[in-house]
Design a protein around this ligand. Sequence first.
Ligand code: NAP
Length: 277
Amino acid sequence: MTLAKIPLAGVIGHPIAHSRSPLLHGHWLRSFGLAGHYVPMDVSPENLQEALRTLPRVGFVGVNVTLPHKENALQIADIVTDTARRIGAANTLTFLEDGKIVADNTDAYGFMENLKQGAPKWRADAGPSVILGAGGAARAVIVALLDEGVSEILITNRTRERAEQLCQEFGPCLRMVEWAQADDAIQAGLTIINTTSLGMAGKAELNLSLAGLQKEATVTDLVYNPIKTRLLEAAGDAGCVTVDGLGMLLHQAVPGFERWFGIRPTVDDATRKAALA
Ligand code: NAP
């Protein structure tokens, strides 16, 4: 008698104890009654390559990679999707039968799915989008907005060179606004996206004036700890539709789970509860 192989997947980071991904994938595995495991793995940068080459040989079908490995994983992979290349980082790796590693990035997908689920009336052609921040997460948001057909993106960042760099790289739909003028950008925006780490528990607050915020604007925050950031609270008080960042984390996990375990999960209240457990 031969036993069917039990697929293994997981998340690699350094550190990794804080990751919510094992709770999330564990919840989906249980709810579909699937045989499979999803485990957290603490791997230091110098051991990443060896770990990624070994895992397919011991039954792993793929892994998520998180900080600090997102850029390195792209270099190590044998095949890189167009989306991962544009974002410049990978978060979802799939191991092919011959051991080759395919690197993808599902953050842009996760961002857009979450926005559409949380703000069903959101439209790409509503008006300018405003991105606060120009780090790794901003790159995924830019790709998501451009692919959805947003034609005007104002980007503002404390370190102006990083925002300028993104404008150069992603082209004429992007325009840099000085961080000191971020309030003006917010006034002009119909979609406001915080991609900075400001507002996160233990970090400083995002101290921008929301006085000019249009009540027709949709406001979303990538920060999900706390779930309801001060930005979202203030935007909600101003009458805006708000979308929290937890949903992005949940939606970005969907394509990986489907590739590794063969069923496409949905993101619902039970998924949110499981990830917060
Ligand atoms: P990152 O590459 O380190 O970028 C951090 C950004 O925050 C930069 O734009 C940085 O500006 C800005 N920032 C940090 N401290 C600041 C301060 N005191 N004043 C003004 N700006 C400040 O990080 P990241 O990977 O883009 O992640 C950013 C946030 O998104 C984190 O909170 C992360 O948890 C969250 N995130 C959420 C999801 C999700 O699924 N919901 C996914 C990815 C990321 P400078 O360039 O001037 O340093």
